[in-house]
Design a protein around this ligand. Structure first.
Ligand code: PLP
Length: 360
Protein backbone atom coordinates (compact mmCIF):
# COMPACT_ATOMS: atom_id res chain seq x y z
CA UNK A 1 0.00 0.00 0.00
CA UNK A 2 1.20 3.49 -0.80
CA UNK A 3 1.14 6.21 1.79
CA UNK A 4 -2.08 8.08 2.25
CA UNK A 5 -0.70 11.48 1.16
CA UNK A 6 -2.44 12.45 -2.08
CA UNK A 7 -2.23 15.48 -4.34
CA UNK A 8 -5.43 15.55 -6.37
CA UNK A 9 -5.12 17.71 -9.49
CA UNK A 10 -8.41 19.18 -10.70
CA UNK A 11 -8.09 19.29 -14.49
CA UNK A 12 -11.41 21.08 -14.89
CA UNK A 13 -10.21 23.84 -12.58
CA UNK A 14 -7.14 24.36 -14.78
CA UNK A 15 -9.33 24.62 -17.88
CA UNK A 16 -11.85 26.96 -16.26
CA UNK A 17 -9.09 29.17 -14.84
CA UNK A 18 -7.65 29.59 -18.34
CA UNK A 19 -11.11 30.64 -19.57
CA UNK A 20 -11.30 33.15 -16.68
CA UNK A 21 -7.94 34.61 -17.65
CA UNK A 22 -9.15 34.95 -21.25
CA UNK A 23 -12.25 36.82 -20.07
CA UNK A 24 -9.98 39.38 -18.43
CA UNK A 25 -7.44 39.87 -21.18
CA UNK A 26 -9.66 40.20 -24.23
CA UNK A 27 -7.73 39.64 -27.45
CA UNK A 28 -4.32 39.23 -25.80
CA UNK A 29 -2.72 35.84 -26.29
CA UNK A 30 -2.12 33.71 -23.23
CA UNK A 31 1.22 32.04 -22.52
CA UNK A 32 0.50 29.42 -19.85
CA UNK A 33 3.56 29.34 -17.60
CA UNK A 34 4.27 25.73 -16.61
CA UNK A 35 7.76 26.05 -15.14
CA UNK A 36 8.74 24.08 -12.03
CA UNK A 37 6.72 21.07 -13.16
CA UNK A 38 3.61 23.16 -13.67
CA UNK A 39 3.98 24.88 -10.28
CA UNK A 40 4.17 21.39 -8.80
CA UNK A 41 0.98 20.11 -10.46
CA UNK A 42 2.79 18.01 -13.12
CA UNK A 43 4.17 19.45 -16.36
CA UNK A 44 2.69 17.13 -18.97
CA UNK A 45 -0.64 16.82 -17.17
CA UNK A 46 -1.03 20.59 -16.95
CA UNK A 47 -0.01 21.13 -20.58
CA UNK A 48 -2.61 18.59 -21.74
CA UNK A 49 -5.33 20.21 -19.62
CA UNK A 50 -4.39 23.66 -20.92
CA UNK A 51 -4.25 22.68 -24.58
CA UNK A 52 -6.23 25.87 -25.38
CA UNK A 53 -3.36 28.13 -24.33
CA UNK A 54 -1.58 30.02 -27.11
CA UNK A 55 1.87 28.98 -25.88
CA UNK A 56 3.60 27.42 -22.90
CA UNK A 57 6.35 29.09 -20.89
CA UNK A 58 9.02 26.89 -19.28
CA UNK A 59 12.20 27.66 -17.36
CA UNK A 60 14.54 25.26 -19.08
CA UNK A 61 15.37 23.50 -22.31
CA UNK A 62 14.81 20.20 -20.47
CA UNK A 63 11.17 21.10 -19.80
CA UNK A 64 10.72 21.99 -23.48
CA UNK A 65 12.11 18.57 -24.37
CA UNK A 66 9.69 16.89 -21.97
CA UNK A 67 6.73 18.68 -23.52
CA UNK A 68 7.78 17.78 -27.07
CA UNK A 69 8.35 14.15 -25.98
CA UNK A 70 4.78 14.18 -24.60
CA UNK A 71 3.54 15.14 -28.05
CA UNK A 72 2.81 18.80 -27.29
CA UNK A 73 3.11 20.61 -30.62
CA UNK A 74 2.23 24.08 -29.43
CA UNK A 75 4.59 27.05 -29.24
CA UNK A 76 6.92 26.74 -26.22
CA UNK A 77 8.96 29.63 -24.87
CA UNK A 78 12.05 28.90 -22.74
CA UNK A 79 11.99 31.88 -20.40
CA UNK A 80 15.72 32.12 -19.81
CA UNK A 81 16.81 30.98 -23.26
CA UNK A 82 19.96 28.97 -23.97
CA UNK A 83 22.43 28.40 -21.12
CA UNK A 84 25.30 27.64 -23.50
CA UNK A 85 26.04 27.79 -27.22
CA UNK A 86 25.45 24.06 -27.65
CA UNK A 87 21.81 24.50 -26.56
CA UNK A 88 20.98 26.36 -29.77
CA UNK A 89 20.84 23.28 -31.98
CA UNK A 90 18.35 21.71 -29.54
CA UNK A 91 16.21 24.86 -29.59
CA UNK A 92 16.12 24.65 -33.37
CA UNK A 93 15.52 20.90 -33.52
CA UNK A 94 12.66 21.07 -30.99
CA UNK A 95 11.33 24.38 -32.35
CA UNK A 96 11.45 26.09 -28.97
CA UNK A 97 11.34 29.88 -28.71
CA UNK A 98 14.37 31.34 -26.93
CA UNK A 99 14.22 34.38 -24.66
CA UNK A 100 17.40 36.37 -25.28
CA UNK A 101 18.33 38.46 -22.26
CA UNK A 102 22.14 38.66 -22.22
CA UNK A 103 25.07 39.68 -24.40
CA UNK A 104 26.60 36.20 -24.10
CA UNK A 105 23.53 34.66 -25.75
CA UNK A 106 23.68 37.24 -28.52
CA UNK A 107 27.30 36.29 -29.16
CA UNK A 108 26.41 32.57 -29.40
CA UNK A 109 23.67 33.45 -31.90
CA UNK A 110 25.97 35.59 -33.99
CA UNK A 111 28.46 32.78 -34.42
CA UNK A 112 25.82 30.09 -35.04
CA UNK A 113 25.73 29.02 -38.70
CA UNK A 114 22.90 26.49 -38.27
CA UNK A 115 20.40 27.30 -41.06
CA UNK A 116 17.29 26.14 -39.15
CA UNK A 117 14.99 28.96 -38.05
CA UNK A 118 14.90 30.12 -34.41
CA UNK A 119 12.18 32.29 -32.86
CA UNK A 120 13.35 34.70 -30.18
CA UNK A 121 11.91 36.99 -27.53
CA UNK A 122 14.02 40.01 -26.64
CA UNK A 123 13.90 40.62 -22.91
CA UNK A 124 14.43 44.05 -21.41
CA UNK A 125 15.27 44.76 -17.80
CA UNK A 126 13.02 47.67 -16.83
CA UNK A 127 13.69 47.62 -13.10
CA UNK A 128 13.65 44.10 -11.70
CA UNK A 129 17.42 43.73 -12.27
CA UNK A 130 17.39 40.01 -12.76
CA UNK A 131 17.37 39.14 -16.49
CA UNK A 132 17.31 41.47 -19.46
CA UNK A 133 19.10 44.07 -21.54
CA UNK A 134 19.17 47.70 -20.41
CA UNK A 135 16.40 49.72 -22.11
CA UNK A 136 19.05 51.93 -23.74
CA UNK A 137 20.41 48.87 -25.58
CA UNK A 138 17.04 47.66 -26.89
CA UNK A 139 17.34 49.24 -30.32
CA UNK A 140 20.89 47.98 -30.98
CA UNK A 141 20.15 44.45 -29.76
CA UNK A 142 16.99 44.33 -31.83
CA UNK A 143 18.96 45.36 -34.93
CA UNK A 144 21.63 42.71 -34.28
CA UNK A 145 18.94 40.03 -33.98
CA UNK A 146 17.22 41.27 -37.13
CA UNK A 147 20.48 40.97 -39.02
CA UNK A 148 20.74 37.22 -38.38
CA UNK A 149 19.40 35.12 -41.28
CA UNK A 150 18.70 32.10 -39.02
CA UNK A 151 16.68 34.11 -36.49
CA UNK A 152 13.01 34.69 -37.26
CA UNK A 153 12.44 38.35 -38.12
CA UNK A 154 9.27 38.36 -36.02
CA UNK A 155 10.90 39.18 -32.68
CA UNK A 156 8.70 39.48 -29.59
CA UNK A 157 9.55 42.08 -26.95
CA UNK A 158 9.12 41.41 -23.26
CA UNK A 159 9.86 42.54 -19.73
CA UNK A 160 8.98 41.19 -16.28
CA UNK A 161 7.42 43.03 -13.35
CA UNK A 162 9.05 43.05 -9.92
CA UNK A 163 6.13 44.20 -7.78
CA UNK A 164 2.92 43.98 -9.80
CA UNK A 165 1.23 42.22 -6.85
CA UNK A 166 1.29 45.56 -4.99
CA UNK A 167 -1.36 47.52 -6.82
CA UNK A 168 -0.30 50.82 -5.23
CA UNK A 169 3.43 50.38 -5.94
CA UNK A 170 4.37 52.76 -8.75
CA UNK A 171 7.41 50.66 -9.72
CA UNK A 172 5.11 48.83 -12.15
CA UNK A 173 3.97 52.07 -13.80
CA UNK A 174 7.62 53.09 -14.14
CA UNK A 175 8.49 49.70 -15.66
CA UNK A 176 5.67 50.04 -18.20
CA UNK A 177 6.85 53.54 -19.14
CA UNK A 178 10.48 52.43 -19.47
CA UNK A 179 9.44 49.49 -21.68
CA UNK A 180 7.26 51.71 -23.90
CA UNK A 181 10.05 54.25 -24.33
CA UNK A 182 12.68 51.60 -25.12
CA UNK A 183 10.56 49.76 -27.68
CA UNK A 184 8.64 52.69 -29.20
CA UNK A 185 9.61 52.21 -32.85
CA UNK A 186 10.54 48.53 -32.69
CA UNK A 187 8.45 45.96 -34.50
CA UNK A 188 7.15 42.92 -32.68
CA UNK A 189 4.53 41.63 -30.26
CA UNK A 190 4.75 42.95 -26.70
CA UNK A 191 4.49 40.97 -23.47
CA UNK A 192 4.60 42.43 -19.96
CA UNK A 193 1.96 41.08 -17.57
CA UNK A 194 2.20 38.07 -15.25
CA UNK A 195 -0.79 36.97 -13.12
CA UNK A 196 -0.70 39.99 -10.84
CA UNK A 197 -0.22 42.22 -13.88
CA UNK A 198 -3.41 40.78 -15.38
CA UNK A 199 -5.30 41.50 -12.15
CA UNK A 200 -3.97 44.91 -11.28
CA UNK A 201 -2.44 46.50 -14.37
CA UNK A 202 -4.91 46.28 -17.28
CA UNK A 203 -2.81 48.77 -19.26
CA UNK A 204 -0.08 46.08 -19.42
CA UNK A 205 -2.14 43.45 -21.28
CA UNK A 206 -0.59 44.14 -24.67
CA UNK A 207 -0.25 41.28 -27.16
CA UNK A 208 0.72 38.45 -24.81
CA UNK A 209 0.15 37.86 -21.11
CA UNK A 210 2.35 35.31 -19.33
CA UNK A 211 0.22 33.71 -16.65
CA UNK A 212 1.17 31.04 -14.14
CA UNK A 213 -0.37 31.34 -10.69
CA UNK A 214 -3.93 32.20 -11.71
CA UNK A 215 -4.18 29.08 -13.88
CA UNK A 216 -3.56 26.97 -10.78
CA UNK A 217 -5.98 29.08 -8.74
CA UNK A 218 -3.07 30.56 -6.77
CA UNK A 219 -2.75 34.13 -5.56
CA UNK A 220 0.27 36.23 -4.74
CA UNK A 221 -1.85 39.19 -3.66
CA UNK A 222 -1.48 39.67 0.09
CA UNK A 223 -4.45 38.53 2.17
CA UNK A 224 -6.30 37.33 -0.96
CA UNK A 225 -6.70 33.69 -1.91
CA UNK A 226 -7.11 32.46 -5.47
CA UNK A 227 -10.73 31.76 -4.57
CA UNK A 228 -11.20 35.38 -3.38
CA UNK A 229 -10.02 36.47 -6.84
CA UNK A 230 -12.57 34.24 -8.59
CA UNK A 231 -10.24 31.34 -9.50
CA UNK A 232 -10.42 27.67 -8.46
CA UNK A 233 -7.63 25.79 -6.69
CA UNK A 234 -6.22 23.11 -9.00
CA UNK A 235 -4.61 21.07 -6.20
CA UNK A 236 -6.05 19.44 -3.11
CA UNK A 237 -3.49 17.95 -0.73
CA UNK A 238 -4.94 15.36 1.60
CA UNK A 239 -4.09 12.36 3.75
CA UNK A 240 -5.68 10.21 6.46
CA UNK A 241 -5.78 10.04 10.22
CA UNK A 242 -3.71 7.06 11.33
CA UNK A 243 -4.20 7.50 15.09
CA UNK A 244 -6.65 9.24 17.40
CA UNK A 245 -5.47 9.47 21.01
CA UNK A 246 -6.68 10.93 24.30
CA UNK A 247 -4.01 13.12 25.88
CA UNK A 248 -4.31 14.51 29.40
CA UNK A 249 -4.30 18.18 30.36
CA UNK A 250 -0.74 19.48 30.83
CA UNK A 251 0.85 16.82 28.62
CA UNK A 252 2.87 18.00 25.63
CA UNK A 253 2.70 16.93 21.99
CA UNK A 254 5.41 16.39 19.38
CA UNK A 255 9.10 17.29 18.96
CA UNK A 256 10.42 19.86 21.40
CA UNK A 257 7.12 19.53 23.28
CA UNK A 258 5.91 22.88 21.97
CA UNK A 259 2.16 22.25 22.36
CA UNK A 260 0.74 21.82 25.86
CA UNK A 261 -2.78 20.41 26.12
CA UNK A 262 -4.93 23.03 27.87
CA UNK A 263 -7.41 20.31 28.86
CA UNK A 264 -7.92 16.57 28.50
CA UNK A 265 -8.40 16.32 24.74
CA UNK A 266 -8.15 14.25 21.58
CA UNK A 267 -5.07 14.49 19.36
CA UNK A 268 -5.19 13.11 15.83
CA UNK A 269 -2.12 11.95 13.96
CA UNK A 270 -2.15 12.29 10.16
CA UNK A 271 0.20 10.67 7.65
CA UNK A 272 1.92 13.68 6.11
CA UNK A 273 4.92 15.79 7.05
CA UNK A 274 7.76 17.84 5.71
CA UNK A 275 9.07 14.73 3.96
CA UNK A 276 6.03 15.09 1.68
CA UNK A 277 6.48 18.84 1.22
CA UNK A 278 4.10 20.04 3.90
CA UNK A 279 5.96 23.05 5.36
CA UNK A 280 7.81 22.37 8.60
CA UNK A 281 7.44 26.06 9.41
CA UNK A 282 3.62 25.74 9.78
CA UNK A 283 3.04 26.44 13.49
CA UNK A 284 0.45 25.14 15.96
CA UNK A 285 -2.89 26.65 15.01
CA UNK A 286 -2.43 26.19 11.24
CA UNK A 287 -5.80 25.01 9.94
CA UNK A 288 -6.56 21.58 8.46
CA UNK A 289 -9.91 19.98 7.59
CA UNK A 290 -10.78 16.70 9.29
CA UNK A 291 -13.73 15.04 7.62
CA UNK A 292 -14.66 18.50 6.33
CA UNK A 293 -14.44 20.25 9.73
CA UNK A 294 -11.82 22.83 10.53
CA UNK A 295 -9.23 21.70 13.06
CA UNK A 296 -5.69 22.93 13.78
CA UNK A 297 -2.14 21.63 13.99
CA UNK A 298 -0.95 21.00 17.55
CA UNK A 299 2.84 20.90 17.88
CA UNK A 300 5.66 20.68 15.36
CA UNK A 301 5.33 19.22 11.88
CA UNK A 302 7.45 16.02 11.75
CA UNK A 303 8.99 14.37 8.70
CA UNK A 304 6.16 11.86 8.20
CA UNK A 305 3.41 13.04 10.54
CA UNK A 306 1.43 15.98 11.82
CA UNK A 307 -0.49 16.12 15.09
CA UNK A 308 -3.91 17.74 15.17
CA UNK A 309 -6.04 19.28 17.92
CA UNK A 310 -9.38 17.49 17.39
CA UNK A 311 -11.49 19.48 19.83
CA UNK A 312 -13.48 20.86 16.85
CA UNK A 313 -13.94 17.42 15.28
CA UNK A 314 -15.27 15.27 18.13
CA UNK A 315 -16.32 12.29 15.99
CA UNK A 316 -12.98 11.99 14.20
CA UNK A 317 -11.66 8.45 13.78
CA UNK A 318 -8.79 6.56 12.21
CA UNK A 319 -9.12 6.56 8.43
CA UNK A 320 -10.85 9.94 8.20
CA UNK A 321 -9.64 12.15 5.35
CA UNK A 322 -7.56 15.17 6.35
CA UNK A 323 -7.26 18.04 3.87
CA UNK A 324 -4.11 20.17 4.19
CA UNK A 325 -5.15 22.61 1.47
CA UNK A 326 -7.49 22.73 -1.49
CA UNK A 327 -11.03 23.77 -2.35
CA UNK A 328 -12.34 24.50 1.14
CA UNK A 329 -9.02 25.47 2.66
CA UNK A 330 -7.05 28.02 0.62
CA UNK A 331 -3.35 27.19 0.30
CA UNK A 332 -2.71 30.93 0.77
CA UNK A 333 -3.92 30.58 4.37
CA UNK A 334 -1.35 27.86 5.03
CA UNK A 335 1.37 29.82 3.22
CA UNK A 336 0.71 32.90 5.36
CA UNK A 337 1.05 30.81 8.54
CA UNK A 338 4.22 29.19 7.24
CA UNK A 339 5.79 32.51 6.24
CA UNK A 340 5.84 31.89 2.51
CA UNK A 341 3.68 32.14 -0.64
CA UNK A 342 1.28 29.62 -2.14
CA UNK A 343 3.57 28.94 -5.14
CA UNK A 344 6.32 27.73 -2.81
CA UNK A 345 3.99 25.17 -1.23
CA UNK A 346 2.55 23.65 -4.42
CA UNK A 347 6.04 23.53 -5.96
CA UNK A 348 7.35 21.69 -2.92
CA UNK A 349 5.52 18.35 -3.13
CA UNK A 350 8.07 15.53 -2.90
CA UNK A 351 8.29 12.31 -4.86
CA UNK A 352 6.50 10.17 -2.34
CA UNK A 353 3.23 12.10 -2.69
CA UNK A 354 0.86 10.19 -4.95
CA UNK A 355 -0.63 12.40 -7.69
CA UNK A 356 -4.13 11.59 -8.93
CA UNK A 357 -6.23 13.40 -11.51
CA UNK A 358 -9.78 14.58 -11.10
CA UNK A 359 -11.17 15.24 -14.57
CA UNK A 360 -14.24 17.23 -13.52
C1 PLP B 1 7.03 32.81 -13.68
C2 PLP B 1 6.95 33.84 -14.72
C3 PLP B 1 5.71 34.34 -15.13
C4 PLP B 1 4.40 33.92 -14.50
O1 PLP B 1 4.24 34.50 -13.22
P1 PLP B 1 2.90 34.30 -12.38
O2 PLP B 1 3.03 35.22 -11.22
O3 PLP B 1 2.88 32.88 -11.92
O4 PLP B 1 1.77 34.61 -13.28
C5 PLP B 1 5.69 35.24 -16.18
N1 PLP B 1 6.83 35.65 -16.77
C6 PLP B 1 8.04 35.20 -16.39
C7 PLP B 1 9.26 35.70 -17.08
C8 PLP B 1 8.14 34.30 -15.35
O5 PLP B 1 9.34 33.87 -14.95
Amino acid sequence: MSRAALATIHLGALRRNLARVRERVGAAKVMAVVKADGYGHGLERVARALSNADAFGVASLGDGLRLRAAGIGKRIVVLSGPDEAADLSEFRRLQLDAVIHHESQLAWLESDRDPRNLRVWLKMDTGMHRLGFAPDDARAVHARLRALPNVDSDIALMTHFAASDEFDNDLTARQIAAFDAATRDLQGARSLANSAGVLGWPQAKNDWVRVGGLLYGLSVIERKSGTDLGFEPAMTLSTKLIAVNRVARGERVGYAATFECPQDMTIGVAAIGYGDGYPRSAPSGTPVLVDGKRAALAGRVSMDLVTIDLRNAPGAKVGDRVVLWGRDLPVEEIAARAGTISYDLTCGMTKRVLFVEDGA
